[in-house]
Design a protein around this ligand. Structure first.
Ligand code: OAD
Length: 248
């Protein structure tokens, strides 16, 4: 595919490559995306299940969905797309991964610089006393899981209606402005403010390389190179080619 060659040439010739990833990169690890025909939001209404006011009103109902999701996420493993971004970092061609995912699969693949834009599912916080728990120390069969003080535990993921963690927000936009290349992988680019990271990078002069199964609102507007296909197939090919170009 000539897009893969073009993407690899751009990456090999750049100093600061930043990746922005979404749910699509973890689909090949068995975790469903949110939108699209197989998406989680076709089964659950996001306003009823992913808004912070819904969680506060009926934590038990929201926890039934979260428990189902945790079961999938906790047994999932990184796929070739996660490993490809780790390899790109090893080649000095991925300064950071900004991810909207809360599955920690980039870290498990070995990526060292990962910014979790929508928080993490790895830890939970008591809504009453603020005590923090690792997910492995929580019995997810008891719904809703509770703190020793009796308060309900909430995963440290960003619900709709909640702010983006301030450090992640600041650092992501700083990186977007510094980037020569933004590699956008498996995101529908519909949820803001994450979706404005590519716009910010483009406005600051970065090239936008997009890897997705389907076109997104970015594809015909700001994307420079669109590599259509599965992230787990396309990214390893791009990285292999970058490796080849760096040797020559
Ligand atoms: P979406 O589910 O909106 O989009 C997933 C994208 O991945 C789509 O554009 C698919 O075409 C693409 N895709 C699916 N499988 C793929 C594959 N194997 N390889 C490449 N691309 C693939 O997920 P996000 O954009 O991450 O937020 O969603 C953004 C936010 O909306 C999430 O972080 C979450 C959600 O509500 C919160 O919960 C706050």
């Amino acid at each position: 595919m000539k897009e893969i060659e073009r993407a690899a040439e751009i990456i090999a010739g750049s100093k600061c490559v930043i990746a922005l990833t979404g749910a699509g990169i973890s689909v090949e690890s068995g975790i469903p995306a949110f939108r699209g025909s197989q998406g989680l939001w076709t089964k659950y209404d996001p306003m009823e299940y992913a808004h912070i006011s819904s969680f506060m009103r009926d934590p038990e109902k929201v926890w039934r969905m979260l428990a189902e999701l945790y079961e999938i996420v906790l047994s999932a493993k990184p796929n070739p797309a996660h490993y490809a971004l780790k390899e790109l970092e090893d080649l000095g061609k991925c300064t950071a991964v900004i991810t909207q995912n809360v599955d920690a699969l980039h870290q498990r693949a070995g990526s060292r610089k990962v910014i979790e834009f929508h928080g993490t599912g790895e830890t939970l916080t008591c809504l009453d006393c603020g005590r923090s728990y690792k997910v492995d120390d929580v019995d997810l069969k008891k719904i809703p899981p509770r703190c020793t003080c009796g308060g309900v535990l909430k995963p440290d993921i960003v619900f709709f209606g909640e702010p983006i963690p301030p450090d992640a927000l600041r650092e992501s936009f700083e990186l977007a402005r510094r980037a020569d290349v933004l590699l956008v992988v498996g995101t529908s680019a519909q949820v803001y403010p994450a979706a404005s990271i590519p716009e910010e990078a483009k406005a600051s002069g970065a090239k936008i390389i997009e890897v997705n199964l389907e076109p997104t609102p970015l594809t015909n507007t700001i994307t420079d190179v669109f590599c259509q296909g599965k992230a787990g197939e396309v990214l390893p090919k791009i990285v292999e080619r970058v490796r080849g170009l760096l040797k020559t």
